[in-house]
Write a protein that binds this ligand. Structure first.
Ligand code: BGC
Length: 268
């Protein structure tokens, strides 16, 4: 049976030219949502996401924007509204890693990661929430006035030496998500996060493409395999649909058990 759980809905997925964002955009598109495929610099990747959605019978278009820049975000949403005249789902996914030992980390890389993850979440969800509040619920479409999904990480909880900018941003994103949900849930706006573990994408290619490093990484995953972007996309689809209507202000971990302190297996 064809999945039409998001029929007539409009979704914006930031950072959907590759990796998790790409898989999420394709899943939402296949479930019937019209998808705005945002990218920062990888136009080719975004066009491919659009193509995959269209090939599956869906609707999508690609649009460049820097989620950390206020004007760019305003243009992004203007384009979404002028193209699809609506918005139901925001997946605030755009993220970046700029790793370095703490004492060597440059302020510019600290800021780039925090700005992309936190300013991006702030700017995009602010426009989305204002719109959802103004529009309210359209019962034919969804029981909620709007849905926001943040792409977090297991590192919202697990400290990560050598990645202090990233772990700090994801930790902050968690309290941002929870506070926003507390603030807008009574308007039937649903806000949640997904916390992926080690999913095989470009962001961690240097680890999974090296046999030694991959072996060590697998020791951190009780389920003993790397995640696939589709594992995360399944969770996003569920959070975007009314099937999860009563789920508010929470994080779904999609991590093969990475957050279960696997170092304690046979230890401690
Ligand atoms: C990071 C990946 C990492 C994973 C598990 C993610 O948030 O982006 O690079 O493999 O967490 O540590």
């Amino acid at each position: 049976m064809k999945d039409e759980s998001l029929k007539n809905q409009v979704a914006l997925v930031t950072g959907s030219s590759s990796g998790l964002g790409k898989a999420v955009a394709i899943y939402l598109g296949k479930a019937g949502a019209k998808v705005a495929v945002n990218y920062h610099s990888n136009e080719e990747g975004a066009n491919d996401t659009v193509k995959q959605i269209k090939d599956a019978g869906g609707e999508a278009f690609a649009i460049q924007a820097d989620v950390a820049d206020e004007e760019s975000v305003e243009n992004l949403f203007d384009k979404v509204f002028s193209t699809y005249n609506n918005l139901d789902i925001l997946v605030s996914n755009a993220g970046i890693q700029k790793d370095a030992p703490f004492t060597e980390m440059k302020l510019k890389d600290w800021r780039l990661v925090l700005n992309t993850i936190l300013d991006g979440a702030f700017l995009c969800s602010q426009v989305a929430v204002r719109y959802f509040q103004k529009r309210g619920i359209i019962t034919d479409i969804s029981n909620s006035a709007g849905k926001i999904i943040f792409m977090s990480s297991v590192h919202q909880d697990i400290p990560w030496a050598g990645h202090i900018n990233y772990a700090t941003a994801k930790g902050g994103l968690t309290e941002f998500m929870r506070t926003l949900s507390q603030e807008v849930a009574n308007q039937k706006i649903r806000v949640n996060s997904i916390a992926p573990g080690a999913i095989k994408t470009d962001i961690n290619k240097d680890v999974w493409s090296d046999e030694e490093k991959k072996k060590k990484l697998l020791e951190l995953i009780p389920y003993n395999r790397l995640g696939k972007p589709e594992d995360v996309a399944e969770a996003a689809l569920w959070l975007a649909s009314d099937k999860s209507e009563y789920v508010n202000g929470t994080t779904i971990f999609v991590d093969g058990g990475m957050s279960l302190y696997p170092g304690f297996i046979g230890n401690g």
